[in-house]
Design a protein. Sequence first.
Length: 102
Amino acid sequence: DFDMEFSDKYFVDVVLVSGGYPKQYEKGKKINSLTGREKLVFHAGTKRINNSWITNSGRVLNVVDTGKTLSEAIENAYEKVKRYHFDNMYYRKDIGKRVLGK
């Protein structure tokens, strides 16, 4: 059981992927600045070893942020992405941009 909440805000999700994804992606890369307690950061392919988070799949993290407008949500999400890093990290830099052009 849970209570569903709705929001008038816009939400944007940027997926951080490991080098080589979607084919031969790399595993075992330490993810800097990740504590596991972040709000709106969803673990897709991570593993905890010796108090460190490491990559364990092609799609590693979903970094989500919000805004009053779509532009603000996009800006906030990409700013939040800057907090995290692992070797050969990749993410699309055009999330939501097509919608803004309409």
